[in-house]
Design a protein around this ligand. Structure first.
Ligand SMILES: CC(=O)N[C@H]1[C@@H](OP(=O)(O)OP(=O)(O)OC[C@H]2O[C@@H](n3ccc(=O)[nH]c3=O)[C@H](O)[C@@H]2O)O[C@H](CO)[C@@H](O)[C@@H]1O[C@H](C)C(=O)N[C@@H](C)C(=O)N[C@H](CCC(=O)O)C(=O)O
Ligand SMILES: Nc1ncnc2c1ncn2[C@@H]1O[C@H](COP(=O)(O)OP(=O)(O)OP(=O)(O)O)[C@@H](O)[C@H]1O
Ligand SMILES: N[C@H](CCC[C@H](N)C(=O)O)C(=O)O
Ligand SMILES: [Mg+2]
Length: 494
């Protein structure tokens, strides 16, 4: 077991008071998770200051604290003082867990949309090759066949290193993880050495956090700087970049690892051609090194052609043959909450989808347009405490494609839901076409019921924004809420 003395070897500029020979059995930055033998890391957060929880942490069994502010502790507690606890955490936590992110093949997927889907497709292909796979992302953590809940798309250093260590202990050889822009900007993936970096696309989101689009792009590029950096542990690096994306070349400029580009416009290393999209399937030809391979998928949507091309690129870097990749792709089924069809024998389609960005919403509605026989009904809203500038844009997009729009709540969080829907509705009004209409129904259950009641044969009802989520975050509480359950309930009531 490591001691404080061991741990301080990797923390730059640290000073220590108290016993350095004390053994540390656990690390956490959350006083509620402290155990006997913990090192408690005090982080200054967006809401509270971790230094205020030292007393609680020590009462819970912490033997050492990592701080950046003067603190008073009982005798016998080691105090590690640094200028910035977040930086120190990035140095010492991967060391504490013996750098698990250097012991597996690590595939990192970044981009505004398609990360979850792409990681799951890659996981499916690698599993079919007999590899033990781990996945980290929005929906859950997967270690082999087991799934575990997760709070962030990319967890912070302490949780991430703990998850990676569990994966190594379970014999995982390939870890595929979503790397969010927040994670790259905040250093959550410190100590992880990526073998392959994948860029899906870049469109508007998270401007509340990054402030400018350039900052958002710069965060995404960090993954490619990281995969290109010379290091002692790994070789066989690779980068997979969507070259049809307007920012593909900017990302490429930050990469010096071997590169596979992909797209459908004739310029990628991997090219999708002759696309056929139906309501439940998609088929296309992939052209690679002068050969053409037909692909048949049990998922739909042009965006999923892109997601599969990204996954193919990543798996080629893992040495999987194109033949084996195509075979595995033929039985891949949708990720929960991504174009999930809800079927209760009704004569129209009901789709629950996680589209929560302007581009995601536009993509899903374009796909709906391709498969619809009659009208498109859209139920959606925008999350509170998130990029507010996307609200009217998403409203406009919904109105451009939808015949009947139901503006409703997503996760209002600390904001007033009435204000959020009003901002979305502003965009809807601007985009509305002749013969299309909209309603504002703040309560999401009522909105879903209304759309399903009004749907006619041949229609497509798109319920967007919450996908796999089984909760709704309100100002004072989080309640159980699952679009799929509510849609089924409404269909049965018809
Ligand atoms: C803005 C942001 O990223 N916030 C993250 C941050 O929370 P915070 O700064 O609010 O933390 P805080 O509540 O002020 O607490 C500060 C410190 O005190 C500690 N504390 C707090 C209370 C207590 O009783 N005891 C205690 O020790 C906390 O553990 C923490 O160390 O640290 C938390 C723990 O790591 C994160 O879960 C939390 O993510 C929140 C939930 C979040 O919503 N983040 C979003 C914006 C996010 O990161 N999204 C990205 C991208 C999504 C995507 O596009 O896919 C993601 O990767 O998920
Ligand atoms: N390649 C893509 N391009 C554009 N839109 C996409 C793409 N893939 C999926 N989408 C749309 O975005 C939604 C979210 O997809 P997915 O969960 O795979 O993205 P993500 O990047 O993981 O999102 P998050 O930022 O929440 O983690 C889907 O439900 C779909 O509507
Ligand atoms: N990972 C995204 C998810 C948004 C999902 C949507 N339902 C919302 O709550 O805004 C975010 O944290 O911005
Ligand atoms: Mg995701």
């Amino acid at each position: 077991m490591k001691t404080v003395q061991d741990i301080i070897q990797v923390i730059k500029g640290v000073t220590v008071t108290g016993p350095a020979d004390v053994a540390v059995s656990h690390i956490t930055a959350d006083s509620r998770e402290v155990k006997a033998g913990s090192l408690f890391i005090c982080l200054t957060g967006a809401h509270v200051n971790g230094h205020d929880y030292i007393e609680k942490a020590i009462a819970g069994g912490a033997v050492a604290v990592l701080v950046s502010q003067p603190v008073t502790v009982p005798a016998g507690i080691a105090v590690l003082t640094v200028a910035d606890t977040r930086v120190a955490m990035q140095q010492c936590v991967p060391f504490f867990y013996d750098y698990p992110g250097c012991k597996m093949r690590m595939i990192g997927v970044t981009g505004t949309n398609g990360k979850t889907t792409t990681t799951h497709i890659i996981g499916h292909i690698l599993r079919a090759q007999g590899h033990k796979v781990g996945i980290i992302g929005t929906v859950h953590v997967m270690i082999g066949d087991k799934t575990y809940p997760i709070h962030n798309t990319t967890p912070d250093v302490v949780d991430l290193q703990h998850i990676l260590a569990n994966m190594v202990a379970e014999g995982v050889t390939h870890c595929i993880m979503e790397v969010s822009s927040h994670a790259l900007a905040l250093g959550r993936v410190a100590g992880v050495e990526y073998d392959t970096a994948v860029f899906t696309n870049l469109t508007q989101d998270h401007l509340d956090f990054h402030k400018t689009f350039e900052n958002y792009l710069a965060a995404k590029c960090k993954l490619f700087e990281q995969v290109s950096a010379p290091n002692q542990h790994k070789s066989n690096k690779g980068a997979v970049i969507n070259i049809d994306d307007p920012y593909g070349h900017r990302v490429e400029a930050n990469n010096s690892a071997p590169l596979i580009t992909y797209g459908t416009k004739g310029v990628g290393t991997l090219e999708g051609e002759n696309l056929t999209i139906t309501s439940k399937t998609s088929a296309y030809d992939v052209v690679y090194k002068g050969n053409t391979y037909p692909i048949h998928m049990r998922i739909t949507g042009l965006f999923n052609v892109y997601n599969t091309l990204a996954a193919i690129g990543a798996c080629l870097f893992e040495g999987v043959s194109m033949e084996a990749i195509i075979k595995a792709l033929s039985d891949f089924t949708a990720v929960p909450g991504r174009f999930e069809l809800i079927e209760e024998g009704q004569p129209f389609a009901v789709v629950v989808d996680y589209a929560h960005t302007p581009d995601g919403l536009e993509n899903i509605l374009e796909t709906a347009q391709k498969i619809v026989e009659n009208k498109i009904l859209v139920v959606f809203g925008c999350g509170g405490d998130r990029d507010a500038t996307k609200r009217p844009i998403m409203g406009r997009i919904a109105a451009q494609y939808g015949d009947k729009i139901f503006v409703t709540s997503d996760n209002p969080r600390t904001e007033d839901p009435n204000q959020i829907v009003a901002q979305v509705a502003e965009g809807v009004k601007e985009g509305l076409r002749t013969n299309s209409s909209y309603e504002v129904i703040v309560d999401r259950r009522t909105a879903i019921h209304a759309a399903i009641q009004q749907a006619a044969p041949g229609d497509v009802v798109i319920i967007a924004g919450k996908g796999h989520e089984d909760y709704q975050i309100l100002k004072d509480k989080t309640i159980h809420f699952d679009d799929r359950e509510v849609a089924r309930e409404a269909l049965k009531e018809r």
